[in-house]
Design a protein around this ligand. Structure first.
Ligand SMILES: [Zn+2]
Length: 218
């Protein structure tokens, strides 16, 4: 009748099911000349930022994808092409480059692509690149509506856990920078700079974060 059908991923295993056209990706365009995607949380941020303003990870060691022409065009295809097969192929090719700069776009695709096969491909490539920043996003993908994606996320987590030493897991994340400052050092600093904690909070607070004036912050 008029009731809305609930999408069940298991039906995709049925070869006789008529494939319905998928809606286009939620986000139609990202200008990779001026924007980059955080590999840890999947948000898009200014290309000049060395730290993610949403999750605080250090991006200084990861080149933005927009700096490489071929990768940039493939990234645009991966998020805008109307055909899921084409998007999947772009994701596969980007992952095959084996470079850290593709982590952001793969993360974005895993979180946003409407097609489960494209999302699965992104999870697969993130596992192959085994960067510790991908652990949170693959953990999030364990709740994907598609079983194919959930299975690939488990594989990805397995691959990363195998390759990464425990001391590398927190590298570049805000908490690792906190650990480096011992409590005594912090107290000593607080005496010199009374509002140290306020300054830190401002840095990652997206509400109060002024995009235009922060180029010299980091
Ligand atoms: Zn982030």
């Amino acid at each position: 009748m008029g009731s809305k059908k609930i999408f069940r991923p298991i039906q995709d295993d049925n070869p006789y099911r008529i494939k319905k056209a998928q809606p286009p990706p939620k986000r139609s365009f990202i200008d990779f000349d001026t924007r980059r995607i955080c590999p840890a949380c999947g948000q898009d941020i200014k290309i000049t930022h060395n730290f993610c303003k949403y999750c605080g990870v250090d991006l200084s060691m990861i080149e933005p994808i927009g700096k490489d022409d071929i990768s940039k065009h493939l990234a645009t295809t991966a998020v805008t092409d109307p055909d899921p097969e084409v998007r999947k192929e772009a994701v596969d090719t980007l992952g095959g480059f084996g470079d850290k700069k593709v982590l952001g776009i793969l993360t974005f695709v895993l979180l946003n692509d409407p097609d489960e096969n494209v999302r699965r491909e992104a999870a697969d490539e993130l596992g192959d690149l085994h960067h510790p920043y991908s652990l949170d996003i693959l953990t999030k993908a364990l709740k994907d509506e598609s079983a194919l994606v959930r299975k690939e996320a488990i594989e990805g987590l397995k691959k990363i856990k195998k390759k990464i030493k425990p001391n590398e897991l927190e590298e570049g994340k805000p908490q690792s920078r906190e650990i480096k400052t011992t409590i005594n050092e912090k107290d000593a600093l607080r005496e010199k700079i009374p509002n140290l904690d306020d300054i830190k909070e401002d840095k990652y607070d997206s509400e109060n974060y002024d995009e235009e004036d922060d180029n010299n912050l980091f």
